[in-house]
Design a protein around this ligand. Sequence first.
Ligand code: NFS
Ligand code: SF4
Length: 662
Amino acid sequence: MVEKKAVKEGEESKAKTVNPKDVTICDATIQMLEKAKRDGVETAFDRALNMKACPIGADSACCKHCSMGPCRLNAKDPYGKVGVCGATIDTIMARNFARMVASGCSAHTDHGMAMLDLFREVVNGKIHDYKIKDVHKLELVAKSLNIETEGRSVQEIATDVYKELERTYTQIEGEIPFASRVPQKTLETWRKYDLVPRGSMREIMELMHRTHMGVDQHYENITKQFTRTALADGWGGSLVATEISDILFGTPSPVSVEVNMGVLKKDYVNIIVHGHEPNMFESMMESVNTPSLIQAAKDAGAQGIVLAGMCCSGAEMMSRHGVPHAGNFMSTEAILVTGAVDAMCVDIQCIKQGLAKVADCYGTPLITTNVRCHIEGATHIQFNDHDPKACTDEVVIRAITRFKNRTLPIEIPNIRNIGIHGFSFEYINYMLGGTFRGSYTPLNDNIINGRIRGVAGVVGCTNPRVKHDWVHTELVKELIKNDVLVLLTGCAQITMAKAGLMTPEAAHLAGPGLREVCETVGMPPVLGLGSCVDNSRILIAASEMVKTGGLGNCLADLPVAGAAPEWMSEKAISIGQYFVGSGVYTVFGVTFPTVKDTKFHNLLFDGLEKWGLGKWGFSPDPYEMAKMMIAHIDKKRKALGIDKTRERKLVDMAARREMAAA
Ligand code: NFS
Ligand code: SF4
């Protein structure tokens, strides 16, 4: 440990404060950051300004895997030096990357496991507060796992689905159950390179072992194992989380939702739920609708109770039930500055520790509920699936108490953006194919005929190292303008809701081909699929495109691309790697944890494509990013022999416009 230097007098006052308009384009967040400044409250935006990002760490050129180090290599001369043990820059970067994947995969798969735990107890009859809500989805999942459904009871099918999906975690040998949903040729490529996940526990354990000092010291071999681990996330834990949540809470279908801080109401008790797992939030929805608690709120002088979500659990609840959404990751501290939040109730992941201090400044109870996430200074009220309302009722009671004792002035940005959310894979099937014959054929046809140039998944976080919401917004506008249909999840989806792109009327921002499709179907040019674990819905949609035919034999053949332009979490790296592992070109913004022109970097950005997988791309600039993604889509169109149809289509449109003008 290094001795701490005494803080010089006056040092604190030297801290720079942000100019809100420089750091975000979210008007509500700007308004609250201005108020925070007046109130003397600090947020992650201020801390990012005062915390210089470590350049060696940003390049992933350092290692602290043992106490002969930490060792720092020189990114400008990457092969000029090795670690004390002799580890090269490629080994060090690959190991660091691998551990990000291990952590991100653990987060998603542990979330999936929590859903599976709940499902098991529901199926065993030990939990009565939740039930199987979507039997149709249960049957679809059973069929995808080759489980017989004909003439069997829900109980029998559900028992088999549980047993089968448990293997996603615990299986020691063999392929994870949902490998059954991977297009055949993609699966063959995985088998060739030994990338098919066994069970996620095994993959993560092996990855942690291999990245220990003195074990796997070939960047290619490490890459294989972190790819296998990432695939255990996308086709394992994340997919289990999505499917089980749909079975228990319902499969989303389009619903009109209000998004932004204006969903809070001054004369109401306002409760925010922020985190990732839908079970606590589902119970909170019950609690705020309990007549005795509504009465208690009224007795305290409130007109009622407002419940709103943030981040990913918020995205799930708005997709399934139309619960209003108050904002994404970089707005979670800012919303507390309204003074109007009477309780912020959190579970796991993306919960900034900084929330505790901001909540304290405004007398808002910050309540942790999950055994995996306690925060110093917050109140912990343990949530239990066996008695869910014990926790969520208590949160409501505390919120009412806080409402009664409000003393500080309240300022709520008067901004709400109405849009359509909740486009599950199943709904897209129905929307495009019609009631009786759900199908992806119309989507494929529109891609083949060139009206839709390709499909992009834009996903992931927001990050104070870049202008909040701006990179997402510019990228997505650029993509739809070029006839690329955009699928969204997580914080990216909330950004687009705030930008007004989640409405059918936003079709006028799309290119002529995409606009025509949107207008015919009555859909927005960007489709929100839910939370970050719901990226699995994108994988399933892409697999369906392959199965439907006409767009190649494997996921890598499709004219699609992915991006996480404002990413920050290790989960995002795991997601990126499972998209790349599945065959998708995936472009990240902000920064990328490799040194350019090293062997490991070149493997990620080029070599993996030669294995028949996807590859990584990087650009912090949204316009450049869009260009890279569109160029890739066009390359795939050319390889499929459908590039000509698109050119003809464009001439058609121009000709038509000329005719209209004449
Ligand atoms: Ni995804 Fe969700 Fe948001 Fe990023 Fe965090 S909330 S799981 S990690 S920050 S999109
Ligand atoms: Fe340094 Fe090697 Fe130890 Fe890493 S494992 S800290 S490179 S000696």
